[in-house]
Ligand binder design. Sequence first.
Ligand code: UTP
Length: 435
Amino acid sequence: MTKKAHDLSFKKIKHDLKEIDFNLTKNLLKGEKLFASPGGKIEPAPVIPASFEESKEAQDIKSHGEMLLSQGKVAALVVAGGQGSRLGISGPKGALPISPVRHKSLFCLHAQKISALEKRYSTRIPFFIMTSRVNDGATRKFFKENNWFGLKSNQVHFFVQGMLPSVSKKGKFILSRDGGLFMNPDGHGGVISALKKSGGLDIMSAQGIEEVFYFQVDNPLVRICDPLFLGLHNMQGAQMSSKVIRKRDFEEKVGVVVLVDGKTTIVEYSDMKDEDRYATDDKGKILYWAGSIAIHILKRDFIETLTNDVTALPYHKAIKKIPTVDNDGKPIEVDGIKFETFIFDALPMTRSSVTLEVKREEEFAPVKNKAGQDSVQSAIDMQVNLYRSWLKKAGKYISPGVKIEISPIFALDEADIMKLSPEIPDRIETDLYLE
Ligand code: UTP
């Protein structure tokens, strides 16, 4: 190694070492009690069915959620620190073009939904964006270059999640290929400590925020700050609530909302025993059907209580191939252990929690894979299908194969389209973008 390269590595290693919580790392290496243990008696959780939305009672509850929005008590928070490894992209996943006609990015769609909600409820909704050390700079640059997608720059709050060192199976640190130590983002559960450390929780508190609408960056159909969900959660005094969909089949790889020893819990697909995964109800249908779509509302003061203890959320470990170098500096991969925390592990710590079923075709089109299910193409198709269904409801004729995109600025939902119907042509025979 040349002197220069050696100096560089030394600097990086020193920097990485500064970031490591050695006590925590030591405990992770030996402390079983820090890890999630999926045992216990499992039962289906009570779920409010999707049909509830049509009921008379739902109107009052929705109005309550709308009131919270009008009063400026709600923040939106997106976790966007992931590495998008299945997609194989290098930049932030939120910068991925995803809308069907204008090819707007995921971040653009989210920001425009927030703008539209602000207009609808004459309010301000602060937008918190969790990044990681790897994509923070690129994410900020993307927002700046795009003029914060119409939001005010001072309402967009970026904060960086923590990193944890990956270790070899023998518990040793691993060199990264750039000369530092190999670290991985600490999982979406890292949002709790990152919000605290960055001062995000103080900003929320100073702005009178009581509820935090949490979502993942890769779902273009997310109904940000859904007032019905907000109303249900807040009126019940819930500390953390979740949206679920009916699982496609027994094997769909989503976490499932269940009761474990009477407590609302999300059990990861990989942690579910086969006898539970394939269990059926008396009609032969999937017993544990309530698939989590990683959309939650958390009370701000519940987040505060979670920050009091660095080990409040249990850790999960996964064996991963880690890119590193051998003694001669040649690139190799070794098996290593990666530690992460997951936000949904906070659920069993709540005194009260609401689980609301929603329709997949209306609210969940995650972009995870390069092709097939849960890919860019499937998310585009689902947006087109949803927008077509809104226009059909308004009595419009749409030629087969025509792509439709409805900007959130034009309409946020089917009800908006019904009101705006006179402005929309009755026959749509070519691709259409409505703004
Ligand atoms: P995923 O687990 O699907 O990860 O994250 P990913 O980065 O999008 O994709 P893969 O697994 O590497 O292919 C779900 C959500 O949680 C965020 C992601 O950005 C995404 O919005 N996340 C995940 C974080 O913010 N930080 C993490 O450490 C992990």
